[in-house]
Design a protein around this ligand. Structure first.
Ligand code: SF4
Length: 353
C-alpha cells in the first residue's frame, strides 16, 4: 500500500498529539506569532513562556512595543540572551508603526525587510497567523527533513539549504497550513529530537530514510569543525615593589578598553622595552612557561617574560594608557582574562642582588 503524503500523516498526528495550549497559540495575531518566534530562536519553550507572558502584558500590541524606550525592552528581555533579538524587535516594531500604520505587512518579501525577520520567521508569521501557504525552515524542521530524506551535508551550506527549502515547499499541504506549520515544529520538538528520536511512535516512520539507514541521529550533518589558527605574543611583566606595569588596549578590537601587560613580539625585546618604559634596565629576566588562551577564532600562545627592575622607575607616566598596578591594593580597572589569570599566579619577584 502506498504511504500517504507526509502532510496527511503529520496533520492526523497533530490532531491527537500536537501542542495546542502554548500561550502564543491563542489569539494568533502576527504580532504575537512574531514575538514568540523571535523569542524561540535559540531558546527553549519552557524558558520563553514567562517572558512571552510578561512582554504581552506590558506591550499588548506592536504600537505599545514601538512606543517603549529601548532600555525598558532590554530590561524585560534580561535573561533571554542574544540581545540583538530584542534590539531588532524594537526597531522592527517602530518600522511597522511608522511605515505600515501599525499593521504587519502581508507580503512575505515586505515582511522580510524588517530587522530580524528572515524567510523562516516571515513564513511562520504568515502561515500561523493568516494561513498563508509559506514553508518554514527552523532548526526543528531542518532536523525532521534531513532525517526524513537522509540528506547528507551540513544544512548551513548553501546547496543543502536550497534543497531543504525546496523540500519544505513540496511537503506543504493545500489546506490547514497553519496547523501543518505547528505540527512540523511539534514533531521536531517532541518526537524527532536531537539525540533520542522516538521513531517507534513517529507518524512518518514508514517513509523515513534516516530511520531506514539505521542511524537517524547521523542527520543533520554537524557543522564542520574549523581548526583555529594560532598566534603568539609575549607579556612583559615589569615588576617593582608589588607593582606591575599595565597598558590599556584601544577601545575597539581585541580586549577593547581592558588592561594588559605590555606586549612584545619576542623575548629579545624584553630588556630594551623595559628600559624604555621604566628608565631602568632589568636586574633579572625570567621567561615563564608559555600558556594558551583561546578566542572564538584563534588561539593565542602567551609567553610571560618577567623583569625585575634594577631600581625604582624613573620615567614619568604621562600616558593615560599606562598604569602601575598595585597587586596588594588593586584599582578597579578591567583586566583581560589571561592577565587576571597570570596576576593570580604571580609569585613575588626575585629580588635583584
Ligand atoms: S522516524 Fe525517527 S528520525 Fe524519522 S522523522 Fe520520525 S522521529 Fe525523526
Amino acid at each position: 500500500m502506498p504511504i500517504p503524503p507526509f502532510s496527511d500523516l503529520l496533520l492526523a498526528w497533530f490532531d491527537d498529539h500536537g501542542r495546542k495550549d502554548l500561550p502564543w497559540q491563542c489569539e494568533r495575531t502576527p504580532y504575537r506569532v512574531w514575538l514568540s518566534e523571535v523569542m524561540l530562536q535559540q531558546t527553549q519553550v519552557q524558558t520563553v513562556i514567562p517572558y512571552f507572558e510578561r512582554f504581552t502584558q506590558r506591550y499588548p500590541d506592536v504600537a505599545d512595543l514601538a512606543a517603549a524606550p529601548l532600555d525598558d525592552v532590554l530590561h524585560l528581555w534580561t535573561g533571554l540572551g542574544y540581545y540583538a533579538r530584542a534590539r531588532n524587535l524594537h526597531k522592527a516594531a517602530r518600522m511597522v508603526v511608522s511605515h505600515y500604520g501599525g499593521v504587519f505587512p502581508r507580503e512575505i518579501e515586505t515582511l522580510m525587510l524588517l530587522p530580524g525577520i528572515g524567510r523562516s520567521t516571515a513564513g511562520a508569521i504568515l502561515s500561523l497567523s493568516g494561513g498563508q501557504r509559506h514553508p518554514i525552515l527552523d532548526g526543528n524542521v531542518k532536523r525532521v527533513l534531513t532525517r526524513l530524506h537522509a540528506i547528507e551535508g551540513w544544512p548551513g551550506r548553501p546547496e543543502i539549504d536550497k534543497r531543504l527549502w525546496a523540500l519544505a515547499e513540496t511537503h506543504l499541504p493545500d489546506a490547514r497550513v497553519d496547523d501543518y506549520t505547528q505540527a512540523i515544529m511539534d514533531l521536531g520538538a517532541t518526537l524527532c529530537t536531537r539525540t533520542r528520536p522516538t521513531c517507534a511512535i513517529c507518524p512518518v516512520s514508514d517513509g523515513c530514510l534516516g530511520l531506514a539507514s539505521g542511524q537517524p541521529t547521523a542527520f543533520p550533518t554537524p557543522k564542520p569543525r574549523r581548526t583555529n589558527p594560532t598566534r603568539s605574543t609575549c607579556f612583559l611583566l615589569l615588576a617593582h615593589e608589588g607593582q606591575v606595569l599595565l597598558e590599556q588596549r584601544p577601545a575597539s578590537g581585541l580586549w577593547g578598553g581592558l588592561w594588559v601587560f605590555p606586549q612584545i613580539d619576542s623575548t629579545v625585546e624584553a630588556a630594551g622595552t623595559c628600559a624604555r618604559l621604566t628608565g631602568q634596565p632589568p636586574a633579572t629576566i625570567n621567561v615563564l612557561p608559555t600558556f594558551r588562551h583561546s578566542f572564538t577564532h584563534f588561539h593565542l600562545d602567551i609567553t610571560p617574560v618577567r623583569c625585575a627592575l634594577a631600581g625604582p622607575p624613573t620615567t614619568v607616566l604621562d600616558r593615560t594608557d599606562l598604569l602601575w598596578y598595585n597587586t596588594a591594593d588593586p584599582p578597579a580597572v578591567g583586566l583581560a582574562a589571561p592577565v587576571k589569570k597570570l596576576m593570580a599566579t604571580l609569585a613575588p619577584a626575585p629580588r635583584p642582588d
